[in-house]
Ligand binder design. Structure first.
Ligand SMILES: Cc1ncc(C[n+]2csc(CCOP(=O)(O)OP(=O)(O)O)c2C)c(N)n1
Length: 514
């Protein structure tokens, strides 16, 4: 057995059985091993940012890592933005990156680069295998690193000779660390804070799972505290029958308003809220100056156990949870598709069990209120702010959950970054309905321009934020990659198109003229 085959077998032994690949010469032995070893679902993608974003979406929904196969430094570099997003989301990924054979590196061939250096800022764990005999055990350690709570990015460099040499040894899985138990003192401090007025319980990470939200709702009922989440959540369970939580808004003035009442904040898997960007004359910290914080549980700690103990401590076990969303389907309004009118269309049509991948940017700011009462569904946000996460994450989510409908909500600007994901959706026949909000602009940046103090932007500045010259033809782009679609401009046509998309088990793209 060569090193590459030992790695594939080690990945399978560690329950890493999906690989998003974009290989080159240096990865050929790994590719060949995929044929020798049954059980690895290998999914070809046409850009590495699709591979890394898909692995992020996969982890969020499957709860275990996928692998990627990337071609040397440049292939890895193409995937960096979505590895950044995955790292911020706490998603576990095992990157396998081909490296030149050890003796070839000294020759400084065209594709030679500092791969470890490229990997390090977006990886929690980086290692280069030295020999075929070590590849298996290195792979097992990479999986354990990726499975370290809440989930980490592990990057294993596989030199050509370590892959092709005989002497590979399959390694047993290495047990990753458990989520750290929360000391009683942290629970007591949180309970003490929650007994006082003007207190907020800010939730993140696995606190946004259904059972944890139930506990948070009980804590809110027992203490009167408010519940919120950060603006971007890796995975939020929501919909009718679940405890509904609002997100802290993105615009700084709105965030400041929402957080103004709270002088005491308990953190459960969330960080103290800060603005995405600095703006002249605006604070970066979004909470009031005198706010004090108690961290109940960090993102990688036993958040569920902590919320359970906290709920018991404040008497939450004796009450019903506060804030459960009632079932409600809004009426579909008539008229042109706008951010205001699209929101109730979604609220009316999101099916039970849907996975919503949200990269809607400005169009989606009103989606939450109108979709609260839809049947139970899952909502994924971009945690890292690097756009181009949505279509790839939808690929990963659909592969993780083949029995669920995936709806990708995409700004047209964001969708272009990783548009190649459509081809993989078609090739793998994934059940994804893609909504493209074709406002022909980077609309958010118009607001950002004003927010940083540019009062009268000139035509050249506006031109840098405008996507209408030429207009992107989304239905043609989709067809060219094997995805059916249609173009709509009003709410009734949009509703019909969503129904068409949801009725098929294949990908379907809807370009929404707005
Ligand atoms: C990798 C990366 N490049 C650039 C940006 C800056 N950026 C943030 S939002 C945005 C435009 C988003 O446009 P679109 O998806 O069409 O949404 P809209 O603003 O029109 O609602 C850009 C370019 C970014 N966040 N990430």
């Amino acid at each position: 057995m060569n090193g590459a085959e030992s790695l594939v077998r080690t990945l399978l032994a560690g329950e890493v059985d999906v690989c998003f690949t974009n290989p080159g010469t240096s990865e050929m032995h790994f590719v060949a091993a995929l044929d020798q070893v049954p059980g690895m679902r290998s999914v070809l993608v046409l850009f590495e940012g699709v591979a890394t974003g898909a692995a992020d979406g996969y982890y969020r929904m499957a709860g275990r890592p996928a692998s990627t196969l990337l071609h040397l430094g440049p292939g890895l570099a193409n995937g960096l933005a979505n590895l950044h997003n995955a790292k911020k989301a706490g998603s576990g990924i095992v990157n396998i990156v081909g490296e030149h054979a050890t003796g070839h590196i000294a020759l400084d061939a065209p594709l030679t680069s500092d791969i470890e250096g490229i990997a390090r800022p977006v990886s929690h764990w980086v290692h280069t295998s030295r020999t075929a005999a070590e590849v298996g055990s290195d792979g097992a350690r990479a999986i354990a690193a990726a499975r370290t709570p809440p989930g980490q990015v592990a990057t294993l460099l596989l030199p050509g000779d370590a892959a092709w040499d005989a002497g590979g040894i399959v390694a047993e899985p290495v047990t990753p660390p458990e989520r750290a138990a929360i000391p009683d003192a942290a629970v007591d401090a949180a309970a003490e804070m929650l007994r006082q007025p003007d207190t907020l319980l800010l939730l993140g990470g696995v606190a946004l799972g259904e059972d944890c939200l139930d506990l948070a709702g009980r804590i809110a009922a027992a203490t009167g505290c408010a519940l919120l989440t950060e603006w971007s959540n890796a995975r939020l369970e929501r919909g009718a029958g679940r405890v509904a939580v609002s997100r802290i808004p993105y615009p700084v003035d709105q965030a400041l308003g929402v957080l103004a009442p709270y002088r005491r904040i308990v953190l459960a898997g969330a960080r103290p809220p800060v603005a995405f960007f600095a703006y002249p004359d605006q604070p970066g910290v979004l909470t009031v100056e005198e706010a004090s914080f108690v961290e109940l549980a960090g993102i990688g700690a036993d958040i569920a156990g902590a919320l359970d103990a906290l709920s018991f401590s404040v008497g939450g076990d004796k009450t019903a949870p506060a804030g459960i969303a009632g079932a409600h389907r809004p009426d579909i309004p008539d008229g042109p598709a706008t951010p205001e009118t699209i929101a109730p269309v979604l609220g009316a049509l999101i099916p039970e069990g849907a996975i919503i991948v949200d990269e809607s940017v400005t169009t989606g700011r009103r989606f939450f209120a109108e979709t609260n009462g839809a049947p139970p569904h899952t909502w994924l946000n971009n945690r890292g702010g690097a756009i181009g996460y949505g279509l790839p994450a939808a690929v990963g989510a659909a592969i993780a959950c083949p029995d669920r409908k995936v709806i990708a909500l995409e700004g047209d600007g964001s969708a272009m970054y990783t548009v190649q994901a459509l081809w993989t959706m078609a090739r793998e026949q994934l059940d994804i309905t893609v909504l493209i909000f074709a406002n022909r602009s980077y609309r958010i940046l118009h607001g950002e321009l004003a927010a940083v103090g540019v009062a009268n932007p000139g035509p050249r500045a506006i031109d840098m934020l405008t996507l209408n010259r030429p207009e992107l033809g989304w239905v043609d782009l989709a067809r060219g990659m094997g995805v059916e679609g249609c173009r709509v401009a009003d709410t009734r046509a949009l509703a019909r198109a969503i129904e068409v998309g949801l009725a098929t088990a294949n990908p379907y793209l809807i370009e929404i003229e707005m």
